[in-house]
Design a protein around this ligand. Structure first.
Ligand SMILES: Nc1ncnc2c1ncn2[C@@H]1O[C@H](COP(=O)(O)OP(=O)(O)O)[C@@H](O)[C@H]1O
Ligand SMILES: [Mg+2]
Length: 299
């Protein structure tokens, strides 16, 4: 459905995208994950025909972003990182305005607005002005605006950033409800969000894809069945190679004041903890998550 071909973009001396290649299948929910500045927003702004690439092309359902931007724009619904909603508009009028901009037939716009406001739980606020809405309510209206023309492709850029857990959960559920029906790109730096929602995940860093696959596939590449998390006093004095000499240790990373040890089995956990004697502040074990994959890949 979306073919990203050798895409590059730089801003001054920053390489925001560096020869990016990626195929997104019809009906799939693809996660684009990466730290801040990885190039996620740049990539989706190019796909959405808001920004021009320096090199490369994107084919959306066979149409090139270079040749057919208007057609592609009509196929895509885009929720930007910070949706710029017209503050003085009432929610209903804003959606109507965008429906008209997309050239929707007049008799289709009103029922579609009613349906969308219902879907995002904003029916009661239809006649309220945007400037009276909290961040979470704005995000719901931003989503309704992205979906007004019933696009085949939907792109969400950090849809839950800065929202409280309950609102985030509502928005995640909503995205999940679109799965299978639409082709979706979800940019996020929340790994649990990507793990919960995505069919496949691309890990982006410094404009390049480091890895791509289903969350399970990516987790299986950690090779460990358990992750041992140790909080240690004087972490600066830890030498990973001492931990690595244990047979069951697959990988060691030091993040902040924690040592994360991937283990192929739990047999040597006690011996590893003993290495640190009285410096151990806390001990946890857990199954690998997408976050662990991310931390290992994006160092
Ligand atoms: N309009 C711009 N002007 C200058 N630099 C930019 C612009 N947009 C993005 N960048 C830079 O490009 C890099 C990638 O940014 P972005 O695509 O926004 O990353 P992400 O969305 O993954 O956080 C960053 O280093 C960012 O500072
Ligand atoms: Mg971004």
């Amino acid at each position: 459905m979306i073919k990203i071909k050798s895409l590059s973009k730089h801003f001054g001396n920053i390489n925001a995208l560096d020869n990016l290649n990626l195929d997104i299948r019809k009906g799939e929910l693809l996660g684009l994950i990466g730290p801040n500045g990885a190039g996620k927003t740049t990539a989706i702004r190019i796909i959405s025909c808001i920004l021009k690439p320096d090199h490369g092309d994107v084919l959306v359902d066979g149409c090139s972003i270079l040749e057919d931007p208007l057609r592609i724009k009509s196929m895509i619904g885009y929720l930007p990182e910070e949706p710029n909603l017209y503050e003085r508009f009432k929610a209903y009028d804003l959606l109507k305005y965008f429906g008209e901009l997309y050239g929707m037939p007049k008799d289709k716009i009103e029922p579609r607005i009613d349906e969308l406001l219902e879907l995002v739980g904003m029916s009661k606020r239809a006649q309220h002005k945007i400037n009276t809405f909290s961040k979470g309510l704005r995000q719901r209206i931003g989503i309704a605006r992205a979906l007004i023309h019933d696009p085949e492709i939907i792109i969400f850029d950090e849809p839950t950033m800065g929202l409280d857990p309950a609102t985030s959960n509502t928005i995640r559920k909503f995205i999940a409800s679109l799965k299978g029906e639409k082709t979706i790109i979800l940019c996020t730096h929340y790994m649990d969000e990507a793990e919960e929602l995505c069919d496949r995940v691309a890990i982006l860093n410094q404009g390049k894809i480091l890895d791509l696959g289903t969350p399970d596939y990516l987790k299986s590449k950690i090779h460990g069945e358990t992750i041992l998390k140790l909080k240690i006093k004087d972490i600066d004095n830890i030498q990973p190679r001492i931990i690595k000499k244990f047979e069951s240790v697959e990988n060691v990373s030091i993040i902040g004041d924690q040592v994360l040890v991937s283990l192929s089995s739990g047999e040597e956990i006690c011996n590893i903890i003993e290495l640190f004697e009285n410096n151990v502040l806390s001990v946890n074990t857990k199954e690998p998550t997408l976050e662990d994959v991310f931390i290992q890949r994006v160092k």
